[in-house]
Design a protein around this ligand. Sequence first.
Ligand code: MRU
Length: 366
Amino acid sequence: MKVGDKQYQSIWLNADDNRIINIIDQRLLPFEFKILSLETVEDVFYAIRDMALRGAPLIGVAGAFGMYLAALEISNRSNPADHLRNAARYLSSSRPTAVNLDWALKKQLELVGRDDSKEILVKKLLENARNICAEEIEKCRLIGESGLPVIEKISRQKKEETVNILTHCNAGWLACVDYGTATAPIYLAHDRGIKLHVWVDETRPRNQGARLTAYELGEHGVPHTLITDNAGGYLMKKGMVDLVLVGSDRTGSQGDVANKTGTYLKALAAKDNNIPFYVALPTSSIDRSIINAEDEIEIEERDPEEVSHTEGYLEGEIVKVRLCPEQTKISNFGFDITPAHLVSGLISEKGIVKASKEGINSLFTE
Ligand code: MRU
């Protein structure tokens, strides 16, 4: 997608030195646009843990490139396969909820032959990381194609009046290398001339909506309005929302969806107001080993300081301010589970399916 006049992805291999992975530092957006260089497995671990990069599909792709960097770090003294297995374990521990990370690490480990030399492994893991990256981009492009009819239908029903879409967090190109998941149908519909407008939830505590989604939509010229996380229910009741479109960090085998905390409340409000609630996701965000999502998906608990403080821009600087009394006890669950019965459909690269066991299974039969 474009930033100014330039085309960007959220992660890429450095064109001059292929031992370097570049990312956009998402902790500074929209105030500063800074490119970071990741040169070691540790760099990738901290970039994921500290959310310099974030969003389920991007975390997966970063993990794949992290494994390539791990192959470059194989020394004469280590057993290559053991070294890579340890690197995968280490990267996997950076953040727990998005399944894309383990999915991509597994895809890399599957390639590791017991007797492979360092040179062979470097070559294999680089090639595979590039393929995983390209495939994730293509999946997001296809999610756009799959989801477009949903927006077109509402536009027709409204006699081409503006379609109002509510989204939560950032499931845009920054979270996904390119196009985004929830935003892919939005960008496509907008580019095809459908009149639409997006309600952007600010998404406390890290404000991915206010900082990243508003930034992305603004750069692409998509009309949008930033709202507080709690305003969605009121807007839905007032008939100001036609569709809710969100992403997913992990979707279980029964169609239950783990996504950024607050998603569940939007789904409840959508149900009560008869508003379609769709989840856009690549199949790499599906974890078929999960039967009971509520019990089995690990919900990340993050630093209390994300809640007690907030970050903003003041006189040319990013500053942090405290929001509550110093000793206040804080809870900071990063994600929640939206049960399948509240989801109108899953928009994947292979089309739209029901949020159910049958729907999920149909995505995995050739
Ligand atoms: O904590 P984050 O910013 O990594 O959260 C992930 C998300 O951006 C959302 O939950 C998103 O909807 C899924 S990723 C496309």
